[in-house]
Ligand binder design. Sequence first.
Ligand code: HFR
Length: 534
Amino acid sequence: MTLQPPRSVRFACATDENDNLRGYLLAAAATTPDAPALVERAPDGGLRTWSYAALEDLVDGYVDTLDGLGLDVGERVVVQSHHCSSALAVLLACATLGLPFIPVAPDMPDERLALILDSARPALFLQHGDGTRDHLPGTVGTGRFGDDGLRVERAPHTRPRVRAGVTPTDPVYIIFTSGTTGRPKGVVMTHRGVVSFLRGVRRLGFVAPGDRVATTSPLQFDFSLVDTGMALGCGATLVPVPRDELAWPRRFLEFLSEAEVSQVHGVPSIWRPVLRTAADELAAMDTLRRVVYSGEDFPLPELRRLSELLPKAQIVNGYGATESMAASLTALPNPIPDTLQRPSIGWAHPGAEMTLIDEAGRPVTEPGVTGEIHLRSPALFSGYWNDPEATAAALVPDPFDPSSGQLVFRTGDLAYRGPEGELYFCGRADSQVQVRGNRVELGEIERRMQQHEGIASAVLALDRQAGPEPVLTAFLVRGDAAAGESVTAAAVRAFCAETLPAYMLPHHIHFVDDIPLTSNGKADRRALLARVSH
Ligand code: HFR
């Protein structure tokens, strides 16, 4: 007799249903079913509230449809949407069934999505009802979701189910980020990892049940998942800010007031237009008690201005990478002391620890000495999707105790300690940079430019001196054939726009005769920028 896997695989193998992301995030549906889980802009222009019980019903409706497709644990589902109740419900339905979800933004270029589909080989592509993505490869099933449920348009190919249930070590999602190889890199996270991260962060007490947490990042950036997890995991209310309202400072603030938001999560750049054009309105907001930022350095003058305008609010610096969701959340002093040089990233969240390693691989313990942050945490990713080499470079044997078999995350970030042992982030060890809160690997853009006919080599540098926003400056060396003579900056830019999102396009393009090298033999970006300095 053969063992028959159960028809439904929900939770079948978890010792505690809250070790599944769905179980953890919807725990309040059992204890406070009527409490508001999510407040959002309604189709009629007002606001609508989903209780935990109503959200769970939406999730279970989606689960029934998805479960009927017969997909096995581990088969991937791409979810294309802005953040909203139905997007959240699809993610949690996928989590229930052990189908790792891959969130993508509606405005991702077709070519980039194609690379992700090619690499992840998902069984299913689901888009929000208002999505416009077509021409998907015939190998992927398709469907749409919304208030009226989930509709499958093209059934996925299935394989026989070999798994009996979801375990906490199964992948819950894959986030694709800009990779050094020129292809997007998929960070694979497990249920156990994400749930342990959220349990650790909950102990910091930054969210309480009455809070309303505004989330501003696109679904494909794990910041939005951290916001979601912090809000729902604490029995609080998640408030997705519509992208078109976020873009207009006054409308953004009006939305926050209307939804009675108590804390806002987002990258530093969401505040720049507000500080510039709606500072008085911001100062008049009396419901706002906390601002959580992450993703890149918050320029100190802007950070000071924000804290001055919100004297009663706590500002929290969230530091970390997708590979572990995050490493630390640190409340900054308000007011910010005049003497403060840069905001601290503090200490790792409960359950994790950050240690510094110098270039020779030795531990750094004394204050003021820079080292690379190595993170030990129960929330480490399991690896990069289909990329054992990159995985081995990032998940390394514990440098303090290489014989132990423990792997730690080598972040590529540099930091030093202050007098109390608190950490200060001071840049990347490699060339990965943040542009308006988006992770950009300079190498990926370089490789694209190098693919253009007539380009011999391309180097991209991040120019922080050019203006208030960092600027991507490209240096191109022409090939000596006829194609090289005729290539123009406009043509290269258009060529990049075919496959790269707008934030990855170079702002300035210079043609140069040669690329200077550092003593290591790498391209010397600083020297290049000095040539064009203003
Ligand atoms: C990151 C990583 C999301 C939500 C991260 C909440 C928290 C953390 C996250 C965000 C992110 N100051 N530089 C900082 N998942 Br809490 O940006 N993840 S990432 O993988 O896209 O990029 C890199 O961004 C880090 O390795 C750093 O180089 C940089 N970075 N936070 C900060 C930062 C300065 N607070």
